[in-house]
Unconditional design. Structure first.
Length: 260
């Protein structure tokens, strides 16, 4: 059989690979806890108020990989693996690089090569997640905090935007691997206040509404492969509704359903 005879058509839904990053206290972990039968791999201690299944706090990269290995080899009821959080996992990865290179700080490795070396651990981590996705049918949710960086856009003047709080090289690799990268934040409005003497001041106003931004804009990075609206409420059930694809057009198209 040649390759042309192996060509397929239509959509092939698979467990999602999701990164959600956002501002402090917006509810990223709570959102992930509403996914189907989740289990958390903790790299930071912040789940005390959330009723969820979780591994003991990981203090080394090897412990994170052991958790992935146990999920792969042992019988369990979980359908979603949640990493909380990526930026604290990055610290464990850097510590692992330093241990193997016999240095105190990753900055001691010349020419910023320490961050390049760290990509080996990141790839090992993603291979573990891919095995859980492909062989065990598990959804992946990666949680990260946000930071503001200066973006040098070659087509415009530079501007600030929200990005995951990760080293640039790791962030690029993880974003490429994910199906969705979504920015969680509070909706904020501004209004101009007159302070007198021809002076005005912008005041931020918030209602507490929490939203997910799913498409890249100048203020933040994001992407999705589900043709999501630009914004969604920060509600797992709303996101899950888009995980069931509509039937494609054409006489050869079949109906397929993804997990909710």
């Amino acid at each position: 059989m040649n390759l042309l005879q192996q060509v397929t058509s239509g959509r092939s839904p698979a467990p999602r690979r999701v990164m959600i990053f956002g501002t402090h206290g917006v509810g990223k972990s709570s959102w992930a806890s509403c996914a189907p039968k989740p289990v958390f791999i903790q790299t930071e201690d912040g789940l005390g108020e959330i009723n969820c299944a979780k591994f003991p706090l990981a203090t080394t990269f090897d412990q994170v990989m052991q958790a992935l290995s146990d999920l792969y080899t042992d019988a369990h009821p979980y359908r979603t693996v949640v990493i909380d959080s990526l930026d604290w996992l990055e610290r464990l990865i850097w510590a692992d690089v330093c241990r193997k290179r016999n240095v105190e700080s990753i900055e001691e490795i010349g020419y910023a090569k320490g961050y390049v070396f760290a990509l080996s651990q990141w790839r090992e981590f993603m291979e573990g997640l891919s095995a859980l996705r492909n062989d065990k049918g598990m959804t992946t949710i990666l949680i990260a905090h946000a930071r503001i960086e200066r973006f040098e856009n070659p087509e415009t003047d530079s501007y600030d935007r929200y990005v995951p709080r990760l080293h640039r090289l790791a962030s690029q690799v993880l974003q490429e691997w994910c199906d969705e990268v979504m920015f969680a934040t509070f909706r904020i409005y501004t209004r101009q206040m007159d302070e007198g003497f021809d002076r005005k001041r912008n005041q931020g106003i918030g209602t507490g509404e929490r939203i997910l931004r799913t498409v890249e804009r100048p203020a933040h990075v994001a992407k999705n492969r589900l043709s999501l609206p630009d914004e969604l409420p920060l509600d797992w059930n709303v996101y899950a509704q888009h995980m069931t694809p509509a039937p494609a057009d054409g006489p050869q198209s079949g109906k397929s359903k993804g997990a909710k």
